[in-house]
Design a binder for this molecule. Structure first.
Ligand code: BDR
Ligand code: CA
Length: 335
């Protein structure tokens, strides 16, 4: 658990996305986290849909959180179509209907929102980034001092030892915008990487989301169960280990669990760079030995990233269950 009694102020940078929705609801449910804003990016869906989903998720949970729209495409490479076979065409498992939403996105773009909020609360903001990293790269363009203004950045993305999920070496968020990711890994802020090395160890059973929905009897958790059913269908079909449990990987939610329960992870510090093109495009390459390499790109001045390499999976699942079972939901405001 976080030791401070003051909740941690978080900007959630996201491409919702089913596991993004789990992560947002974990953050809203957790007493140690104060979500001060959501910034959206393309990734699991196009950015307009990501923004609509973020507004929808907040409305359903009865929570009023600022949502600012961000990157619509990668910095350099061409955008690829969203993976509707994983998250559904709407990003939330093809919901059969939606309640109306009256809230609108913040008129500022995501990068401006991140910079403004970091200046408003210097040293207090944690950015939890669980999509392609264009918003953080753009925020660094707006203010090069951003790394000294934010408290830390925790990102879900990349992999060191575990195989990739879009190529043998690349994880999807990094693959989707490798140039932005390399900017983020070399910016010099306190940075933690939560990649497939740990997210592939934590299989969340679909039954857990049924129990959460049955417990709350609330539109937000019923919607989440529907979305996770679709998402679990993909993972259960494609990965025999996941299929044996009838579940899914929680990827993004683990970026919040490392914030609230760092004791459940083993981390190692080292330089991380991203292969921006070629066969290894999107690979997160980690320097795991404390030696000096004279090669360009690996100079001693490149900052270290704290990389999650091991996780206590069952304890993580218990924390996720306990958090989502809390009393945290209000009734949807706009009907
Ligand atoms: C990451 O890619 C997206 O599909 C998920 O939301 C997660 O952020 C996992 O590779
Ligand atoms: Ca995501």
């Amino acid at each position: 658990m976080t030791d401070s009694t003051t909740p941690r102020k978080v900007i959630f940078d996201t491409d919702p996305g089913v596991d993004d929705a789990m992560a947002l609801y974990y953050a809203l449910a957790h007493p140690g986290i104060d979500v001060v804003g959501i910034t959206t990016t393309f990734g699991n869906v196009w950015v307009e849909q990501a923004t609509a989903n973020a507004l929808y998720l907040c409305m359903l949970a009865g929570r009023d959180v600022a949502v600012a729209q961000g990157a619509s495409k990668p910095l350099v490479k061409l955008a690829e179509p969203p993976p509707d076979f994983i998250h559904g065409a709407d990003g939330l498992g093809n919901l059969p209907h939606r309640l109306p939403v009256t809230a609108q996105a913040d008129p500022r773009g995501a990068a401006r929102f991140i910079v403004d909020t970091a200046r408003q609360y210097p040293g207090e903001i944690t950015v939890v980034a669980v999509g392609p990293l264009g918003n953080l790269a753009a925020a660094l363009q707006l203010d090069a001092k951003l790394p000294t203004l934010v408290r830390e950045v925790i990102l879900m993305g990349g992999t060191v030892i575990e195989s990739g999920n879009v190529s043998p070496v690349a994880e999807a968020n990094i693959w989707n915008d490798p140039h932005a990711a390399d900017v983020v890994f070399t910016a010099g802020w306190p940075l933690t990487m939560v990649g497939l090395d740990v997210t592939h160890q934590v299989i969340l059973p679909l039954a857990l989301f049924w129990e959460i929905a049955a417990h709350h009897q609330h539109p937000a958790t019923s919607m989440l169960y529907h979305a996770v059913q679709f998402y679990s269908g993909f993972y259960s079909q494609h990965d025999p280990l996941v299929g044996a449990i009838n579940g899914c990987y929680g990827h993004d939610v683990l970026a919040f669990v490392v914030l609230t329960n760092p004791e459940l992870f083993r981390l190692q510090a080292g330089r991380v760079r991203v292969a921006v093109d070629g066969l290894a495009q999107g690979q997160t390459m980690m320097q795991r030995k404390p030696v000096s390499y004279p090669q360009p790109g690996w100079h001693d001045s490149i900052p270290h990233t704290q990389v999650c390499l091991e996780v206590q999976a069952q304890a993580c699942i218990r924390v996720i269950e306990d958090t989502l079972m809390r009393r945290w939901l209000a009734m949807p405001a706009a009907r």
